[in-house]
Design a protein around this ligand. Structure first.
Ligand SMILES: Nc1ncnc2c1ncn2[C@@H]1O[C@H](COP(=O)(O)OP(=O)(O)O)[C@@H](O)[C@H]1O
Ligand SMILES: [Mg+2]
Length: 283
């Protein structure tokens, strides 16, 4: 829609977690490097947690892409591991690896163990990524633990990366038998002002643009209203570009950006107003 107007090949701030738009902010770089290391060293279990919209799924896709392009790795990802029973959970995992399942849990489990041994003997590293891991049901954590028990003298037969919202961390606190197996922990939070700007520039270029038509004050406002959350940064700017296009303007300034933030109810001022209103009602 506005792509031609701004001389872009595609939308720079679309919110799909496309790895091509992935900017290596300091925290994303660290999380990615930790996971890569844990997988390459076959360390077993890695955990990444953080707020909604901080980039967990994007990291998962990026890792998935990197390892599935490499012939030495067998990689699978479940985007919604919220399965009811241990049996359905295991079968879903096996399906993603392309391993035949059996009706009975113990039979499937035996087949999966054999698959892991075969991969190990063929020199392959097996990687399982579970996104939205805060949705994993209690008993299924036990399955994760038991899969991690499959090991040789020196190494795990399967590497698991759990990515989930903040509540994943206390869920693990309540399961010391699993938590003690976590070799790598990473937390994602908000971006700094510098990384906010870095991400904006990076994404704009990745979409075929040059200098983003977003002035310094507008970037300050994006940072303020989004509180540095990547998903909110993208939504605000996608809408700001639509609005600028609709108004025939070639630059996003602070006023336009703040108007968008208010319309979308992301504005920090709007939140302050809402709090004041609630306070007023109570009084
Ligand atoms: N480092 C990054 N570089 C570029 N875009 C990012 C980055 N981190 C997050 N995003 C963008 O923010 C949005 C939310 O990211 P996502 O991975 O879906 O978050 P989460 O899974 O943590 O909820 C997506 O549009 C994604 O492209
Ligand atoms: Mg996600």
């Amino acid at each position: 829609m506005y792509e031609r107007f701004f001389g872009l090949a595609e939308r720079p701030f679309s919110i799909s977690p496309d790895p091509r738009f992935f900017y290596l902010s300091s925290q994303h770089k660290e999380a990615l490097a930790k996971c890569q290391y844990a997988i390459e060293q076959r360390m077993g279990l890695a955990v990444i947690y953080g707020d909604v919209g901080t980039g967990k799924t994007t990291i998962a896709r990026r890792l998935f892409q990197a390892f599935s392009d490499n012939k030495k790795y067998r990689t699978a990802m479940l985007v919604n591991p919220n399965l009811r029973t241990e049996n359905s959970f295991l079968r879903e995992i096996m399906k993603e690896f392309g391993v035949t399942t059996k009706k009975a849990f113990i039979d499937s489990r035996a087949l999966f163990q054999q698959f892991l041994i075969d991969q190990y003997e063929a020199g392959q590293t097996v990687v399982l990524m579970l996104d939205e891991a805060q949705g994993i049901r209690g008993p299924n954590f036990e399955l994760i633990r038991s899969l991690l028990n499959f090991e040789t003298d020196r190494q795990k037969l399967i590497n698991i990366v759990l990515l989930g919202q903040n509540q994943l961390a206390p869920m693990l606190d309540d399961r010391p038998e699993l938590k003690t197996r976590v070799t790598i922990f990473g937390a994602l939070t908000s971006l700094s002002r510098e990384d906010t700007e870095g991400m904006i520039r990076y994404r704009y270029r990745a979409a075929g643009g040059e200098e983003p038509p977003i002035n310094r004050d507008a970037i300050d406002a994006v940072f303020r209203h989004s509180r540095g959350l990547p998903r909110v940064i993208c939504t605000l700017l996608d809408n700001a570009l639509v609005k600028a296009f609709a108004l025939g303007r070639h630059e996003v300034d602070e006023k336009l950006l703040t108007a968008v933030a208010k319309e979308m109810r992301y504005s920090v001022d709007a939140n302050a107003e809402a709090v004041a209103e609630q306070g007023g009602q109570r009084a």
